[in-house]
Design a protein around this ligand. Sequence first.
Ligand code: IPM
Ligand code: MG
Length: 350
Amino acid sequence: MTDLLLLPGDGIGPEVTAQVRRVAGKITPDLTLEERPFGGTSLDLLGAPLSDETLAAAKAAKAVLMGAVGGPKWKDAPRAKRPEAGLLGLRAGMGVFANLRPAICFQPLANASSLKRELVEGLDFMIVRELTGGVYFGQPRFIEDMPGGGRRGVDTQVYTTAEIERVARVAFELARGRRNKVSSAEKSNVMETGLLWRQVVTDLHAREYADVELEHILADNAAMQIVKNPKQFDVMVTDNLFGDILSDAAAQLTGSLGMLPSAALGAPGTPGLYEPIHGSAPDIAGKGIANPLAAILSFEMALRWSLDRADLADELFAAVNRALEKGARTPDLGGAMTTVQMGDAVLAEL
Ligand code: IPM
Ligand code: MG
């Protein structure tokens, strides 16, 4: 059985996942790895961004680590064939409904943030984004011609109580192991799904998690508070679209998207999907200068959440910090190291 399925994907994906392979080879030499095409690369090779074989392999593995998908080469492909459709299909197919997106400010990088150092120093906050529902998947969705001329585009935002409850549960459980606070972000002042979201989270909290501090926050205000005073947050739970936007804002606080991993989790016992938050960065692909730390830290999350090796995850996290303290920097962090040299810097600390 494959422990870790690697999906290098497009752009810088193969470069950064190659460094994950080296790190895994050193700290988990017995781990079985498998690699499969995904995204645009898979479209070129197999005619689909996510083949049936790759989805089946993903479901059968213990954990899946994806590099990045997308790029200008496939931007005119029909929507269903686009690399991004492969990613959405993988998330839905694996049923990974809870997306953990940490915003951690690494001490040696506190000056790289666009915010003042004191606002972000020591920042450690987690966005839990609902990942398999909402407007990303809601039906109907279409663009149609209108009888009198012009066209209209329709997307549908849908959430059921079960979908809200299961992701909120993940947030409450996480908070208990952290600073015990959950901020639930929605637009209950405007949206029906927002209203239901607030009710379901409130009920679940009263029933099972009254020991955790809960605040409700409107998503627009959440965006403002994230850039104003991010350290007020511990765990923020929100829907798929708001989570997409708020997690990019939160990530930027830490100075570099190139540093941040993510984990997408489904029901207990099912494989998790791990991916760096950054994209495929076609502008620097193939130059060997991409920062592999977000991918390496995604492996760290896989060790923790799917592979039952929290001890090794702690070791790896500490090694990345030591490498940064010693000045390991790729160009996106204001340094001159190559991707491979960054891999070397982490390996040297293991
Ligand atoms: C993300 C990305 C994806 C999303 C895209 C690539 C489909 O922005 O993982 O945040 O919107 O979910
Ligand atoms: Mg996004």
